[in-house]
Write a protein that binds this ligand. Structure first.
Ligand code: AHR
Length: 661
């Protein structure tokens, strides 16, 4: 493609190609391909925190649809004669409501549901209402009206749209109708009420957008999944996080409760309801509508390897005293927990004739999900953890020798627990060790060489939860993301030992968060990709296939003394034939870089290049619902020739240079 001279000059400047006296000489060795970068290198950490499942990724719009919350009508406003009963058709969710005609024909009986911070409606979109119902007395058919209403009463009428449903059977049956929203409203209400004199029983009252991700019923919110898919994840950790552990063992995450028909998946507490009393959400529970089948299916659809994390026989160690015997399973009673892990592998991979493979097939996926990894335990510490983990590892190795097992190094990135657990993980011979670091700016700046000295003979590293937590109450601001990018050059340079990395947490509802920063924010209608999101995306999209050695003065570029606040790594992509150099300039100075590609044949030359930068004039800026695109990657073309390229990198900027020979 021909370009004018003026345009070339502009592009060259945009890509930072003017010459500077002081140059940082980066030498990239192209001849010897370094460690293979695992396809699982970058990925997703999902936990139902911040209304990530119900009220977030899971597209159900009705809260407490099965009336199983301890206060059975929580989330509902009832009017007229509504009675909660508990002998319903679903064994594990026995509650339902009985609607009797009000005392006068002009009066109404029914219920309103406000969803999660309101029910988000989009103009012209369709919503599938479904309900299990019966007329308990038999006789004449009962009628209910289903409405989407404007409780703010902004318009002429409160009613946006309505449909009548006739309940014609004495037996429980599922009924459904589709309603089309004539308006956009982020906070509408679902109203259901009797319109005939017959008594009607209602159970599992549900409303989903028809347009879910891949059109699945019981589906996921399309815009949020799209944001996940656009991250090009290679690994997908689920379901957490502390939620795996439970405050007590009774409310730990039990995967078997999350599969099979949704109507019969029992409700569980969500520990994030009450963990932070300054962000207390009494109506935050886990419906398990988004369970292990949906997780495996989604992993497959977005091309990520699933990584389930299971309870190891310990309830949350933060929330229980070390000597509280009730918060841990004694070793000789651990079998059911170990069996859960073995059964999960069978659910994912087993033949359709196996017990759990059949459950998967009955749910619509006869082919195996090809699970390769499993994690046992989350943030555990002390000898109580390896004692239990060992028993899991033994049993899993015996039954499934090819499954890779992830153990934990505890909640801290260093210190006594970490120093105790890493050798234990080596002794037990897990395949990967999960490390967590929610740390301030100074930590990220100091950790560029973290993995350089790790033992190459032991387990690999899974940086399973991390994020830069800015000091001074800054959250998801650009500067934090820049330091994450800087730190991640060290993950990439050490891809021989670091096999997986997942930022955490992943999702947060702007009205229902408990923890921040988070990677993706949303309200009921829109999503916001943070600056950290774009860092993750750039790494995953340009992860390459092999590490290349990149040095300055023969040293790796890790932000060390004398390296001008620079962090850098380089990879080769065998699929595209590109050299990819990632550089974070964490200094307040513009830096001139000379990217020198050694090892190319004499007659070979760089022929084309692109530069993608992530920057912000204001380090405290972030992306918000109101201004979602304040910070976003910008791509420019580079004019290149020969075997070196000189670029100018603006202060506080993350750049990805993609060069072809
Ligand atoms: O990501 C939020 C929480 O942080 C996780 O649940 C836990 O593992 C960590 O402490």
């Amino acid at each position: 493609m021909m370009k004018s001279k003026g345009l070339l000059a502009t592009l060259a400047l945009a890509a930072g190609m003017t010459l500077q006296a002081q140059t940082n000489e980066f030498v990239i060795q192209t001849k010897k391909l370094g460690a293979e970068i695992q396809p699982t290198m970058y990925g997703l950490f999902f936990e139902d925190i911040n209304y990530a499942a119900d009220g977030g990724l899971y597209a159900e719009l009705v809260k407490n649809r099965s009336f199983e919350f301890p206060q059975a009508l929580m989330g509902w406003n009832s009017f007229g004669k509504v009675e909660v009963r508990d002998d319903g058709p679903f064994e594990r969710n026995p509650h339902y409501v009985r609607l009797r005609p009000a005392k006068h024909p002009h009066m109404q009986t029914g219920l309103d549901n406000r969803g999660y911070f309101g029910i988000g409606l989009k103009k012209d979109a369709e919503y599938r209402f479904s309900v299990w119902a019966r007329i308990p007395d038999g006789g004449n058919a009962g009628k209910i009206r289903v409405e989407l209403v404007d409780t703010k009463s902004m318009g002429e009428s409160q009613v946006y749209t309505s449909q009548e449903v006739t309940i014609g059977s004495k037996e429980w049956k599922k009924y459904q109708v589709v309603l089309k929203a004539p308006v956009t409203d982020p906070k509408a209400t679902l109203r259901v009420f009797l319109t005939s004199p017959a008594t009607v029983d209602l159970e599992h009252v549900s409303l989903f957008p028809v347009d879910t991700w891949k059109g699945h019923e019981n589906g996921l919110r399309k815009d949020i999944v799209q944001a996940l898919a656009d991250l090009k994840p290679g690994i997908f950790r689920f379901p957490g996080g502390c939620i795996v552990e439970g405050t007590t063992l009774d409310d730990r995450y039990q995967w078997k409760n999350t599969v099979g028909p949704v109507e019969n998946r029992p409700l569980n507490l969500n520990r994030w309801q009450y963990t932070f009393t300054h962000r207390f959400y009494p109506d935050y529970y886990q419906s398990y509508g988004l369970g292990f089948f949906e997780f495996f299916q989604l992993s497959e659809e977005i091309g990520a390897e699933p990584l389930p994390i299971l309870n190891c026989g310990l309830a949350c160690q933060y929330q229980n005293a070390a000597d509280d015997e009730t918060s841990r399973v004694v070793l000789d009673q651990l079998d059911p927990y170990i069996q859960d892990a073995l059964d999960l592998i069978e659910f994912a991979n087993g033949d359709v004739t196996s017990k759990w493979g059949k459950v998967r097939a009955d749910m619509g996926h006869p082919a195996p999900f090809n699970l390769k990894f499993i994690g046992i335990g989350n943030e555990q510490w002390g000898s109580v953890y390896p004692e239990r983990l060992e028993l899991f590892v033994k049993a899993i190795r015996k039954a499934y020798p090819d499954i890779q097992i992830v153990g934990s190094s505890g909640p801290n990135s260093e210190g006594a627990d970490f120093d105790y657990l890493w050798p234990e993980m080596k002794r037990i011979k897990v395949d990967l060790v999960d490390e967590h670091f929610y740390r301030p700016e100074s930590w990220f700046l100091a950790q560029g060489a973290r993995y350089d000295q790790y033992d190459r003979k032991g387990p690999k590293v899974f940086a399973g939860e991390y994020a830069c937590h800015g000091q001074g109450k800054k959250w998801n601001h650009f500067h934090a993301s820049l330091l994450e990018a800087a730190f991640m050059t060290g993950l990439e340079r050490n891809a021989d030992i670091v096999h997986m990395a997942t930022y955490a947490p992943l999702l947060a509802h702007v009205e229902g968060w408990q923890w921040r920063p988070d990677l993706i924010w949303y309200d009921n209608l829109q999503t916001v990709r943070t600056a950290s999101y774009y860092v993750q995306q750039l790494y995953a999209k340009y992860k390459g296939t092999n590490v290349l050695s990149l040095t300055m003065d023969k040293q790796p570029v890790t932000g060390a003394e004398g390296q001008n606040g620079l962090f850098a790594s380089a990879v080769y992509d065998a699929g595209t034939g590109e050299y990819i150099v990632k550089v974070a300039n964490t200094s307040d100075q513009k830096q001139t870089l000379n990217l020198k590609f050694e090892g190319m044949k004499k007659k070979e030359a760089l022929t084309s290049g692109r530069c993608i930068t992530l920057a912000s004039a204001n380090p405290d800026a972030d992306n918000t619902i109101e201004h979602p695109n304040t910070i976003a990657p910008k791509e420019t073309t580079m004019q290149v020739s020969g075997q070196a390229v000189q670029v100018e990198l603006a202060p506080n900027t993350f750049a990805v240079y993609i060069l072809k020979k």
